[in-house]
Design a binder for this molecule. Structure first.
Ligand code: NDP
Ligand code: GDR
Length: 343
């Protein structure tokens, strides 16, 4: 039985990846942060009491800012695969908290890589790199495209990208960068633009709200479906050689396009409901990200099948359903736990 450690297991991707690895028979360990409120809603449906003999999911307190804890944990767990998904992942917030973002999203990765080395492990290592690293470099972007980050978040991810590559070259660690373009789902954090829109559509449709305040509607993104992207992460670690890969759909949609599809799916017109608030603008914006995932298709057999319009409809349906299920645990919301239908 293979053993994996996921940092960021309570996030969108961490929760889908944990499901995927459990379904493949892995023993899964997750790093979680101590919080005064519960922060495990996305993984509660997978959790079974660790005292039961069939328990396969184990959670450990820790933080990417605490290097000593990472060494102890890695030495104790001795995973075959480490997925570093933890980060302060919000680009707008990274302008408010640049130092914290650098410490977590940047230096956090070297703490984890050092922990792998100090624990003397021969594990495979996945780094959650991002299309935000391309920033101002025009699309289409692929593995050869130069980086030009436009935020403290993007700059921190560039550091993590290079340090992952450096540890591969310097110490022979099987370490890979997955350069993932935006990927979304019903589990997406509520302040990212897609989920903000689909939640608002559901609430406006139900008569609970009438307006939605937003920033730059002209930004272009390549939005894919998160469950497919975690499959790509896993495939990168099963390859014969460590390498870096872009995962993307190749789609070209503006925030306005996403608004149009999402509101129309609920029989609404976005122009009746969306208002501008400059607080959602960024000091420097990334205008257009459109990925070329040809290498992943050729070498890993990975290809996105869910494109942005279908994704928007999946998310609107899930948010409408979530409103009717408010207060129920996630396991009772089929749209949130069943992603097989999209394959
Ligand atoms: P989320 O924001 O949903 O999840 C982030 C996770 O990191 C959460 O589990 C969070 O814990 C954890 N975390 C944050 N800070 C720390 C810390 N200091 N120590 C330990 N854990 C921490 O992100 P996604 O799931 O969307 O993304 C996963 C990774 O992929 C991130 O690194 C992100 O930057 C990157 N990425 C995401 C893309 C996307 O489109 N989703 C595209 C490209 C890259 P808690 O729940 O306690 O807050
Ligand atoms: P992004 O995602 O910055 O691409 O980073 P986000 O959804 O936050 O923004 C996408 C685009 O929408 C514009 N926008 C708004 N964004 C938010 N959040 N709220 C608004 O009200 C709003 N109005 C317009 C933004 O300006 C931007 O152009 C995500 C994160 O998941 C990163 O962690 C990841 O690395 C990248 O995707 C790839």
């Amino acid at each position: 039985m293979k053993r994996a450690l996921i940092t960021g297991i309570t996030g969108q991707d961490g929760s889908y990846l944990a499901e995927l690895l459990l379904s493949k028979g892995y023993e899964v360990h997750g790093l979680i942060r101590r919080s005064s409120t519960f922060n495990t809603a996305r993984i509660d449906h997978m959790y079974v009491d660790p005292h039961t003999p069939d328990a396969k999911l184990f959670l450990h307190y820790g933080d990417l800012s605490d290097g000593a804890r990472l060494v102890t944990l890695l030495a104790q767990i001795r995973p075959d695969e480490v997925y570093n998904l933890a980060a302060q992942s919000h680009v707008r917030v990274s302008f408010d908290e640049p130092e914290h973002t650098g410490d977590t999203t940047g230096i956090g990765s070297i703490r984890l890589l050092e922990a792998v080395r100090m624990a003397g492990l021969e594990c495979r290592f996945y780094q959650a790199s991002s299309s935000e690293m391309f920033g101002a470099t025009p699309p289409p972007q692929d593995e050869q495209t130069p980086f030009y980050p436009r935020s403290p978040y993007g700059a921190a991810k560039v550091y993590s990208y290079w340090i992952t590559k450096n540890y591969r070259e310097a110490y022979g660690i099987f370490a890979v960068n997955g350069i993932l373009f935006n990927h979304e789902s019903p589990r997406r954090g509520e302040t990212f633009v897609t989920r903000k829109i689909t939640r608002a559509v559901a609430r406006i449709k139900a008569g609970l709200e009438s307006h939605l305040y937003m920033g730059n509607l002209d930004a272009i993104r390549d939005w894919g479906y998160a469950p497919e992207y975690v499959e790509g992460m896993w495939r990168m670690l099963q390859a014969d050689e460590p390498d870096d890969y872009v995962l993307a759909t190749g789609g070209n949609y503006s925030v306005k396009d996403f608004l149009t599809v999402a509101f129309e799916h609920a029989g609404l017109n976005w122009e009746d409901h969306v208002r501008f608030d400059e607080r959602y603008l960024r000091p420097t914006e990334v205008d257009a990200l459109i990925g070329d995932a040809g290498k992943a298709e050729q070498k890993l057999g990975w290809k996105a099948t869910v494109h942005t319009p279908e994704l928007a409809r999946i998310m609107v349906d899930a948010d409408i359903e979530a409103l009717t299920c408010e207060g129920k645990p996630w396991i009772d919301r089929p749209n949130l736990v069943d992603w097989e239908h999209a394959r």
